[in-house]
Design a protein around this ligand. Structure first.
Ligand code: NAD
Ligand code: ZN
Ligand code: ZN
Length: 344
């Protein structure tokens, strides 16, 4: 089959032919119908050889949707032909976190060498994907594969982040979304669907801010050194009760901290390497800062349900597997508005 692989440190990913996978005991083989392109893959492909955490070559793609093509021995719960989404943050399935469906925080994944597809294990940017267990599959329930695939990460990750802050997003409150790309433009819609907060979106690109308005932001602000002052002005000096940073670079986390209200939340989702000092004099009183990772299996069910209700719709552009390297190039250059989806 064809697969998009990251083969050599620092080189662009390539479309290659690899053997068709076959499901072993307990595994499920999917015919991939759609695979999403995430900025985290670009981060992975920028890491140096020293300490690179995954074996190469690596088939990319940690957002995946497909049709069940074959079942390994002993698999129950899914049938050939079922349309499913892949829950990507695979864990051991039995530790205290996994028992709660929070496989994203599996306590034993590191020790057992368990990696998500596309982030260590072979990913979804291929004609077929091996899924290690049927519990990592969620029925699509009639959703279109292209519309649904970004929800497995670009939907699930902001959903998990936002859900934690909902008690603070009361009527009259303000939520800020920094970086209105793949994750951020879904975050705006989730905030609108789940809370009465006023939503302020920040980005460096006018085109992205246009999309932010289209998907429901009440206000848009250019993300520059003045951004935190602008948010303070918009909120009568109070600041934002919740700030979600989908860039996570040094200047954006600094802005995020500076615009957070007393008792507010700053949630750093982007992996841009920025850090935020916490301590008296650095932030408003009792601001909570966190850096969450992906979401739980139950939360993926909830995101898909929200999409079925029509409350969330991802802005997508599609590419063939042969053109997948171009999609990464365009994402790297900031030219994707919404999410790029590969059709293997
Ligand atoms: P994307 O490229 O689609 O979106 C990033 C957006 O940020 C773009 O719209 C870009 O114009 C904007 N931007 C860049 N610099 C900015 C700045 N200084 N101020 C404001 N906006 C700026 O990326 P994505 O796929 O949505 O991923 C976003 C981030 O989240 C990445 O760092 C990615 O690695 C990370 N991520 C984290 C998790 C997690 O579990 N924590 C999961 C998925 C993605
Ligand atoms: Zn991702
Ligand atoms: Zn576990």
């Amino acid at each position: 089959m064809k697969a998009l692989q990251y083969r050599e440190i620092g080189a662009a990913p390539e479309v290659v032919t690899v053997p068709d996978p076959e499901p072993g005991p307990g595994q499920v083989l999917l015919k991939v119908t759609a695979a999403g392109v995430c900025h985290s893959d670009i981060a992975v492909m920028s890491w140096p050889a020293e300490g690179f955490p995954y074996p190469l070559p690596l088939t990319l793609g940690h957002e995946g949707v497909g049709t069940v093509a074959a079942l390994g021995a002993g698999v129950t719960g899914v049938r050939e032909g079922d349309a499913v989404a892949v829950y990507g943050p695979w864990g051991c399935g039995s530790c205290a976190k996994c028992a709660q469906g929070k496989e994203n925080y599996c306590l034993r994944a590191g020790e057992l060498g368990i990696n998500p597809p596309g982030l260590g294990a072979p990913g979804s940017m291929a004609e077929y994907l091996l899924v290690d267990d049927a519990r990592h599959l969620v029925p699509l329930g009639g959703l279109d594969p292209v519309a649904a695939v970004p929800l497995t990460d670009a939907g699930l990750t902001p959903y998990h982040a936002i859900k934690r802050s909902l008690p603070k997003l009361v009527p009259g409150s303000t939520a800020v979304v920094i970086g209105t790309g793949g994750l951020g433009h879904v975050a705006i819609q989730l905030l609108r669907a789940l809370s009465p907060a006023r939503v302020v979106a920040l980005d460096v690109s006018a085109e992205k801010l246009e999309l932010a308005k289209k998907v429901g932001a009440h206000e848009v602000v250019l993300s520059d050194a003045r951004a935190s002052a602008a948010v303070r002005e918009l909120t009568g000096g109070v600041g934002a009760e919740a700030v979600f940073d989908f860039v996570g670079a040094a200047p954006t986390v600094a802005s995020a901290g500076a615009m957070a209200a007393v008792e507010g939340d700053v949630t750093i989702v982007g992996i841009g390497g920025g850090t935020l000092p916490v301590g008296f004099g650095h932030l408003a009183f009792e601001v909570s800062v966190s850096a969450p990772y992906w979401g739980s299996r139950g939360e993926l069910d909830e995101v898909l349900a929200l999409a079925r209700s029509g409350a969330v719709s991802v802005h997508t552009e599609t590419y063939s597997l042969d053109d997948a390297p171009l999609a990464y190039e365009r994402l790297h250059d900031g030219k994707i508005n919404g999410r790029a989806v590969i059709l293997p």
